[in-house]
Each structure stands twice: as C-alpha cells, then as structure tokens.
Design a protein around this ligand. Sequence first.
Ligand SMILES: N[C@H](CCC[C@H](N)C(=O)O)C(=O)O
Length: 302
Amino acid sequence: MNRIPFLKMHGLGNDFVVIDRRSGPARGLALDARQIRRISDRRLGVGCDQFILIDPAEDDPLAAGGADAVMRIHNADGGEVEACGNATRCVGFLLMAETGLARTTIATAAGHLLASADGEGTAAGLITVDMGPARLDWQQIPLSGPADTLHLADTLRLADTLRLDGVSEGPLTDPVAVNVGNPHVVFFVDDAEAVDLERLGPPLEHHPAFPRRTNVEVVHLIGPDRIRMRVWERGVGITAACGTGACAAAIAAIRRGLTGRTVQVVLDGGPLSITWTDDNRVLMSGPVATSFEGTLDPSLLA
Ligand SMILES: N[C@H](CCC[C@H](N)C(=O)O)C(=O)O
C-alpha cells in the first residue's frame, strides 16, 4: 500500500495535517475518528489542532451549486466540525496555487466560502476568506433555550455551573454568543492574559447551554478597533490562533459598540483582520504557511 502523502500547514500557529483525497494514493481514503485522533496526537502521530481533508467537488452533495473543491474539518479529538477559518485560508492558498487564479470557492459544511489572494497574490501568502454570514439568533448558535445572545448572563447561569464544577467563576461573566459556521462564546475581560483558560475552558466548552458544545474566547480591548483574544477551542484546547474565534470576537465587539466594523484581532500567534460588512458577510484576512510535506506511517492507519 502506497504511503499516504500529507501537508503540514498552519495559520498563525494553528496547525493542520492536510490530506488531498482528489488524486494519488489518498484518493477515496476512508478514515474514522480513532485514526484521525491518532494522526492528530502530538505524541503518537504527526500532531495537529485540526485534520483537514480536501475532496473532489464532483458528485459531492456539499459542493452542489458549484465549488472548486470540498473541505472537511476534524478537530484533534476526531469530531467533524462545520468551520475552521485558518484552515480555509490554507486550503484556499493551495487551490489558488494550483490554478494560478486569485479566487477559489471551497465547499464546507458551513456553506460555500470564497477565498481570494490579496494584492501580491498567493506569493505573499496573505489570503482573505468570506466566511459567510454571522448567525446571531439563539437557535443558530445553538443554545439550549431562548436567550439574548448579546448578553448571556442570566441564561447561562454560569456562576452556578462554574462553581458546581469546582472552578472559580473568575472574570468570566455576561458573554456574547456568535455562530460563524461553528459556535462561540465570547467573554470581555480586563486582561485576557490573566484568565486561567486551562481550568475554565473545559466546563464552558461542555456547558449544558451549548448542545453542540462551544469554542470559548476571552477578549480585552487594546486600542481603537484592536482587540486581544485568547481561545479554548472545542475539541482541541488552547490553540495559538482561531480564525472563526477571531471572527466571533470581532462581531461581539462590534455588537457591543466597542469597535468599528473592521477589527484587528491579536492572537497568541499574531494578528488577523476581520471585517463585518453591512450586508452581514464576515471577511477574514491573514497569513498561511506550509511547514513540510510528509507521508503517514502505515501504523497510524492500522
Ligand atoms: N475548534 C473549532 C474548529 C476549528 C476552529 C479554528 N481552528 C479556526 O481557525 O476557525 C470548532 O470545534 O468549531
């Protein structure tokens, strides 16, 4: 059996194993959650935050209506999820490098996403993705019951849950809930660096108010239209960057009147630029990088 080739890529340190199933030895490769968890494991496998599959658009229901390729996303825990902003920039970069075009449409479970190369083209590795609309109703997050997604204080009864889980509530109160293809809960705090995300992340990710679990962001303002964000990612933990999290944090800041409609979001791994347009499109711009190419050790697929 030919060894399966992969690309190791990242966006601001949020890293991915990317396998292209459109041709070659990986064509039609079937993988289950256990295999994806093992490949994603930093001790046992290649190691990554998300595992990304590129599939052919032909005959794929996700690509109905026209797309250049399909992208499927799995978190390191093996679970398939709807969206991954940093990986979408990476896949967009690969597809545009193949065609030489400055635009490409990627079909995902969250919809068809348009990626484009900024002025210098893909050579500079700066890619913009239209992540689609922000979903703001409680049913779209989704939440387990009706709520004002701009002020979740009472609905979440966070204080009780966090105390019940033996973790201090700390500075986390009254968050904003946003869906940008995937669910996010955003807390504004005095100092994002001081929040103990390792302890507070898990009970929030699994809070009963979020039937599909959630990504968790902590944010503070660092200047006009500039915010600092750290993230506990659903299915992963703390990552160096989260593209959809940056989109969610920017939307939350704009909805709270803290910034204008273009926001620079400073993540552990660096900045992303987010614009929420008047016609409800969320545009995310940032870098991509390829770390190395490799082939999977067959033992990872056993
Ligand atoms: N952990 C996220 C998926 C990846 C998000 C992040 N890596 C990004 O760049 O958007 C979720 O479960 O919805």
